[in-house]
Design a protein around this ligand. Sequence first.
Ligand SMILES: N[C@@H](CCC(=O)N[C@@H](CS)C(=O)NCC(=O)O)C(=O)O
Length: 209
Amino acid sequence: MAEFTFYTVAMSRGQISRWALHEAGADYEHVVFDWATRPDTFREINPMNKVPALVHHHGGHDHVITECAAINHYLAETHPQAGLLPDTHEKAAYFRWLFFAAGPLEQAIIARALGWEVPEGKSGTAGFGSLDLVIDTLDKWLIGNDFIAGSRFTMADTYVGSQFVWGLRFGSIPKRPSFRAYVERITQRPAYAEANAIDAKLIAEAQNG
Ligand SMILES: N[C@@H](CCC(=O)N[C@@H](CS)C(=O)NCC(=O)O)C(=O)O
Protein backbone atom coordinates (compact mmCIF):
# COMPACT_ATOMS: atom_id res chain seq x y z
CA MET A 1 0.00 0.00 0.00
CA ALA A 2 1.23 3.49 -0.77
CA GLU A 3 1.99 5.80 2.16
CA PHE A 4 -0.73 8.28 1.10
CA THR A 5 -4.16 7.90 -0.49
CA PHE A 6 -5.25 10.99 -2.39
CA TYR A 7 -8.95 11.51 -3.10
CA THR A 8 -9.63 13.90 -5.94
CA VAL A 9 -11.64 14.94 -8.97
CA ALA A 10 -9.51 15.76 -12.01
CA MET A 11 -11.05 19.19 -12.68
CA SER A 12 -11.00 20.53 -9.14
CA ARG A 13 -8.87 22.10 -6.45
CA GLY A 14 -7.38 18.61 -6.20
CA GLN A 15 -4.90 19.82 -8.84
CA ILE A 16 -3.40 22.13 -6.23
CA SER A 17 -2.56 19.26 -3.92
CA ARG A 18 -1.48 16.89 -6.67
CA TRP A 19 1.19 19.46 -7.53
CA ALA A 20 2.30 19.38 -3.87
CA LEU A 21 2.41 15.56 -3.86
CA HIS A 22 4.80 15.67 -6.81
CA GLU A 23 6.93 18.46 -5.37
CA ALA A 24 7.29 16.43 -2.16
CA GLY A 25 8.00 13.22 -4.04
CA ALA A 26 5.28 11.52 -2.00
CA ASP A 27 4.50 7.82 -2.33
CA TYR A 28 0.79 8.04 -3.14
CA GLU A 29 -2.04 6.34 -4.90
CA HIS A 30 -5.05 8.28 -6.10
CA VAL A 31 -8.76 7.63 -5.95
CA VAL A 32 -10.35 9.71 -8.68
CA PHE A 33 -14.08 10.43 -8.71
CA ASP A 34 -16.28 12.44 -10.94
CA TRP A 35 -19.14 14.29 -9.26
CA ALA A 36 -21.65 11.65 -10.38
CA THR A 37 -19.64 8.70 -9.06
CA ARG A 38 -18.45 10.20 -5.76
CA PRO A 39 -19.45 7.47 -3.29
CA ASP A 40 -21.50 8.28 -0.18
CA THR A 41 -18.77 6.62 1.89
CA PHE A 42 -16.44 9.50 1.00
CA ARG A 43 -18.28 11.54 3.67
CA GLU A 44 -16.65 9.29 6.27
CA ILE A 45 -13.31 10.73 5.16
CA ASN A 46 -14.51 14.29 4.63
CA PRO A 47 -17.93 15.17 6.05
CA MET A 48 -17.79 18.26 3.81
CA ASN A 49 -17.89 15.81 0.88
CA LYS A 50 -15.26 17.95 -0.82
CA VAL A 51 -12.02 17.14 -2.57
CA PRO A 52 -9.14 17.03 -2.21
CA ALA A 53 -8.66 14.82 0.84
CA LEU A 54 -5.50 13.01 1.78
CA VAL A 55 -5.08 10.02 4.07
CA HIS A 56 -1.65 9.38 5.55
CA HIS A 57 -1.21 5.71 6.46
CA HIS A 58 1.38 6.06 9.14
CA GLY A 59 2.45 4.11 12.21
CA GLY A 60 -0.72 2.00 12.20
CA HIS A 61 -2.98 5.07 11.90
CA ASP A 62 -4.92 6.67 9.08
CA HIS A 63 -4.51 10.42 9.44
CA VAL A 64 -7.02 12.40 7.39
CA ILE A 65 -6.16 15.84 6.15
CA THR A 66 -8.32 18.15 4.07
CA GLU A 67 -7.99 21.78 2.87
CA CYS A 68 -5.47 22.27 0.09
CA ALA A 69 -3.32 24.72 2.01
CA ALA A 70 -3.10 22.36 5.00
CA ILE A 71 -2.50 19.31 2.80
CA ASN A 72 0.32 21.04 0.95
CA HIS A 73 2.04 22.22 4.09
CA TYR A 74 1.59 18.76 5.68
CA LEU A 75 3.37 17.24 2.69
CA ALA A 76 6.26 19.66 3.14
CA GLU A 77 6.45 18.68 6.83
CA THR A 78 6.36 14.96 6.13
CA HIS A 79 8.99 15.25 3.36
CA PRO A 80 11.62 17.59 4.81
CA GLN A 81 14.20 16.17 2.41
CA ALA A 82 12.35 17.88 -0.46
CA GLY A 83 13.53 21.23 0.92
CA LEU A 84 10.17 22.95 0.64
CA LEU A 85 9.81 24.08 4.25
CA PRO A 86 10.68 27.68 5.08
CA ASP A 87 13.86 28.45 6.99
CA THR A 88 13.81 30.70 10.04
CA HIS A 89 13.93 33.86 7.99
CA GLU A 90 11.33 32.72 5.46
CA LYS A 91 8.78 31.47 7.99
CA ALA A 92 6.92 34.71 8.59
CA ALA A 93 6.24 35.34 4.92
CA TYR A 94 5.53 31.66 4.29
CA PHE A 95 2.75 31.43 6.87
CA ARG A 96 1.52 34.96 6.35
CA TRP A 97 0.76 34.47 2.66
CA LEU A 98 -0.30 30.83 2.91
CA PHE A 99 -3.06 31.80 5.35
CA PHE A 100 -3.79 35.01 3.45
CA ALA A 101 -4.40 33.03 0.27
CA ALA A 102 -6.56 30.37 1.95
CA GLY A 103 -8.58 33.05 3.73
CA PRO A 104 -8.84 36.59 2.36
CA LEU A 105 -7.74 35.89 -1.22
CA GLU A 106 -9.98 32.86 -1.75
CA GLN A 107 -12.93 34.57 -0.04
CA ALA A 108 -12.52 37.76 -2.05
CA ILE A 109 -12.35 35.87 -5.35
CA ILE A 110 -15.38 33.71 -4.54
CA ALA A 111 -17.38 36.68 -3.28
CA ARG A 112 -16.74 38.50 -6.56
CA ALA A 113 -17.46 35.39 -8.67
CA LEU A 114 -20.78 34.78 -6.89
CA GLY A 115 -21.79 38.43 -6.90
CA TRP A 116 -21.66 38.90 -3.13
CA GLU A 117 -21.04 42.55 -2.44
CA VAL A 118 -19.71 43.76 0.91
CA PRO A 119 -22.31 46.30 2.06
CA GLU A 120 -21.20 49.94 1.99
CA GLY A 121 -19.15 50.75 5.10
CA LYS A 122 -18.71 47.07 6.09
CA SER A 123 -15.29 46.30 4.59
CA GLY A 124 -13.79 46.54 8.08
CA THR A 125 -15.96 43.59 9.15
CA ALA A 126 -15.16 41.43 6.11
CA GLY A 127 -11.82 39.72 6.77
CA PHE A 128 -10.74 40.27 3.17
CA GLY A 129 -11.68 43.95 3.17
CA SER A 130 -12.13 44.09 -0.59
CA LEU A 131 -10.80 42.22 -3.62
CA ASP A 132 -8.93 45.35 -4.75
CA LEU A 133 -7.17 45.65 -1.42
CA VAL A 134 -6.21 41.97 -1.41
CA ILE A 135 -4.89 42.20 -4.97
CA ASP A 136 -2.89 45.39 -4.28
CA THR A 137 -1.39 43.79 -1.16
CA LEU A 138 -0.17 40.72 -3.05
CA ASP A 139 1.02 42.84 -5.96
CA LYS A 140 3.20 44.84 -3.60
CA TRP A 141 4.76 41.64 -2.23
CA LEU A 142 5.38 40.07 -5.64
CA ILE A 143 6.92 43.24 -7.07
CA GLY A 144 9.59 42.97 -4.37
CA ASN A 145 9.92 39.17 -4.07
CA ASP A 146 10.22 36.41 -6.65
CA PHE A 147 8.46 33.86 -4.46
CA ILE A 148 5.99 33.74 -1.60
CA ALA A 149 8.56 33.18 1.15
CA GLY A 150 11.16 35.44 -0.49
CA SER A 151 13.82 34.48 -2.99
CA ARG A 152 13.25 30.75 -3.47
CA PHE A 153 10.41 28.33 -4.15
CA THR A 154 8.78 26.74 -1.08
CA MET A 155 5.63 24.71 -0.58
CA ALA A 156 3.65 27.94 -0.03
CA ASP A 157 4.10 28.63 -3.75
CA THR A 158 2.13 25.52 -4.68
CA TYR A 159 -0.92 26.87 -2.88
CA VAL A 160 -0.65 30.62 -3.32
CA GLY A 161 0.73 30.11 -6.82
CA SER A 162 -2.21 27.91 -7.80
CA GLN A 163 -4.58 30.72 -6.87
CA PHE A 164 -2.70 32.90 -9.37
CA VAL A 165 -2.52 30.23 -12.07
CA TRP A 166 -6.30 29.73 -11.90
CA GLY A 167 -7.09 33.39 -11.26
CA LEU A 168 -5.20 34.62 -14.32
CA ARG A 169 -6.63 31.82 -16.46
CA PHE A 170 -10.24 32.53 -15.50
CA GLY A 171 -9.94 36.30 -15.20
CA SER A 172 -10.73 36.41 -11.48
CA ILE A 173 -7.32 37.99 -10.78
CA PRO A 174 -6.10 40.87 -12.97
CA LYS A 175 -3.10 40.18 -15.23
CA ARG A 176 -0.69 42.54 -13.51
CA PRO A 177 2.98 42.23 -14.56
CA SER A 178 4.11 40.91 -11.16
CA PHE A 179 1.43 38.20 -11.22
CA ARG A 180 2.22 37.13 -14.79
CA ALA A 181 5.93 36.93 -14.05
CA TYR A 182 5.26 34.94 -10.88
CA VAL A 183 3.04 32.42 -12.68
CA GLU A 184 5.66 32.10 -15.42
CA ARG A 185 8.33 31.32 -12.81
CA ILE A 186 6.44 28.72 -10.82
CA THR A 187 4.89 26.84 -13.73
CA GLN A 188 8.36 26.00 -15.11
CA ARG A 189 8.77 23.40 -12.39
CA PRO A 190 8.92 19.73 -13.48
CA ALA A 191 6.58 18.68 -10.65
CA TYR A 192 3.97 21.15 -11.89
CA ALA A 193 4.12 19.66 -15.39
CA GLU A 194 4.02 16.07 -14.06
CA ALA A 195 1.00 16.67 -11.84
CA ASN A 196 -0.85 18.62 -14.50
CA ALA A 197 -0.25 15.95 -17.11
CA ILE A 198 -2.00 13.39 -14.90
CA ASP A 199 -5.12 15.51 -14.40
CA ALA A 200 -5.14 16.66 -18.05
CA LYS A 201 -5.12 13.00 -19.16
CA LEU A 202 -7.96 12.14 -16.77
CA ILE A 203 -9.98 15.11 -18.01
CA ALA A 204 -9.39 14.17 -21.66
CA GLU A 205 -10.37 10.54 -20.98
CA ALA A 206 -13.59 11.66 -19.27
CA GLN A 207 -14.44 13.98 -22.18
CA ASN A 208 -13.83 11.28 -24.76
CA GLY A 209 -16.17 8.92 -22.93
N1 LIG B 1 -11.58 24.72 1.32
C1 LIG B 1 -11.43 23.54 0.50
C2 LIG B 1 -12.34 23.69 -0.72
C3 LIG B 1 -12.53 22.38 -1.42
C4 LIG B 1 -13.63 22.47 -2.46
O1 LIG B 1 -14.51 23.36 -2.42
N2 LIG B 1 -13.63 21.52 -3.39
C5 LIG B 1 -14.67 21.49 -4.40
C6 LIG B 1 -14.03 21.19 -5.76
S1 LIG B 1 -12.95 22.45 -6.34
C7 LIG B 1 -15.63 20.35 -4.14
O2 LIG B 1 -15.23 19.26 -3.72
N3 LIG B 1 -16.91 20.57 -4.44
C8 LIG B 1 -17.90 19.53 -4.41
C9 LIG B 1 -18.94 19.72 -3.34
O3 LIG B 1 -18.81 20.60 -2.49
O4 LIG B 1 -19.89 18.95 -3.38
C10 LIG B 1 -9.98 23.37 0.08
O5 LIG B 1 -9.25 24.37 -0.02
O6 LIG B 1 -9.51 22.24 -0.13
